[in-house]
Ligand binder design. Structure first.
Ligand code: 5GP
Ligand code: ZN
Length: 105
């Protein structure tokens, strides 16, 4: 947990954010500023700044399986995933997250 990290605060429940899914490793919630009709973020419970800092292969696999789990849960068969890594690539929140974007089912 990082004191000043917005996603750590969301995970902690500070803003009463509704989770589309929660498992042992991650939470999934809707993006506040959606770029697609469905736009969710898969966020690991462990604070890792970006993909560059992630040295846990197993966690990465679990996060991708969480993408599968949540899309299956909401019945979304076609979707894009995106990980912005670093400021120049558009990363704004420095707590690793996977964007899931899709059209309405
Ligand atoms: P990045 O640009 O870092 O890959 O993506 C950060 C994403 O987090 C953006 O799409 C932004 O809309 C979303 N976001 C930032 N702050 C909040 C927040 O407080 N709540 C939610 N639900 N999404 C947020
Ligand atoms: Zn964090």
């Amino acid at each position: 947990m990082e004191e000043n990290c917005i996603f750590c605060k969301i995970i902690r429940g500070d803003f009463n954010t509704e989770f589309v899914l929660e498992n042992d490793y991650a939470v999934v919630f809707n993006d506040i500023n959606p770029a697609a009709p469905i736009h969710m973020l898969v966020v690991p419970k462990l604070h890792v700044e970006s993909l560059n800092e992630l040295d846990n292969e197993e966690l990465l696999g679990k996060l991708m399986m969480t993408v599968r789990e949540v899309t299956k849960k909401i019945g979304l068969n076609s979707y894009k995933t995106l990980i912005n890594t670093g400021k120049d690539a558009g990363q704004e929140v420095f707590h690793l997250h996977i964007h899931i974007m899709g059209d309405k089912k």
